[in-house]
Design a binder for this molecule. Structure first.
Ligand code: GLN
Length: 202
């Protein structure tokens, strides 16, 4: 059976994610309505503004169906704002709790805009556990950091930041994968590939 992966198409680099998925030989489809979640093996939640995506999820009546599909075992790859949405807790960059709709599917606390104003955007070469073939080029745009990962969460990559120290930037919990950066922007499909492998083996 072919694998079908949806890309949440409310905001963000939807076309880039679809393109990478198609290049990896799976069926890829944009998702805007709850019925489009039916039959998906996995879903990518792209970057953007997590507050906006959260509000749109509520407006498009996707929040509850998405939560129940995750409970049923659908895999989700949340990138940047998508990682924030997967989290059980989010804070602002100064540590104040962020009051915004979240899926709460991963036992992680994510700090929004963690890398500060001066380095709003930066790139780094990251060693990612489970990704072979050398470091992965990672593009961070007003990126969050995963500042707490619960017991069931496997840390796959960290990035060093002079001001803030080491931050977790890729982690996994079962069939859920979160990256603080934008894997669709560097022309490297290996993190998407890892997500597909996660769906096959678990
Ligand atoms: N700063 C955004 C947020 O907090 C995330 C940025 C991104 O997805 N590139 O939601």
């Amino acid at each position: 059976m072919t694998t079908t992966i949806g890309v949440l198409a409310l905001q963000g680099d939807v076309a880039e994610h679809l393109h990478i998925l198609e290049g990896l030989g799976v069926t890829a489809a944009p998702v805007r309505h709850a019925h489009e979640l039916d039959g998906l093996d996995g879903l990518i939640i792209p970057g953007g503004e997590s507050t906006t995506i959260g509000k749109l999820l509520t407006l498009f009546e996707l929040m509850a169906p998405l939560k129940s599909r995750i409970v049923d075992g659908m895999g989700v790859f949340g990138t940047c704002a998508g990682a924030i949405l997967l989290a059980s807790q989010a804070t602002h960059h100064d540590g104040r709790p962020a009051d915004q709709p979240l899926l709460g599917a991963m036992d992680i606390t994510v700090r929004r805009n963690a890398f500060g104003r001066q380095v709003d955007s930066f790139e780094a070469d990251l060693d990612v556990r489970g990704v072979d073939g050398g470091p992965l080029r990672a593009v961070f745009i007003r990126a969050p950091a995963i500042e707490r990962a619960g017991e069931g969460v496997e840390v796959l990559a960290r990035v060093g930041d002079e001001a803030a120290g080491d931050s977790i930037v890729v982690c996994r919990q079962g069939r859920l994968l979160a990256s603080a950066f934008h894997p669709e922007l560097a022309g490297d499909p290996r993190l998407h590939q890892l997500f597909l492998e996660m769906l096959r083996v678990t």
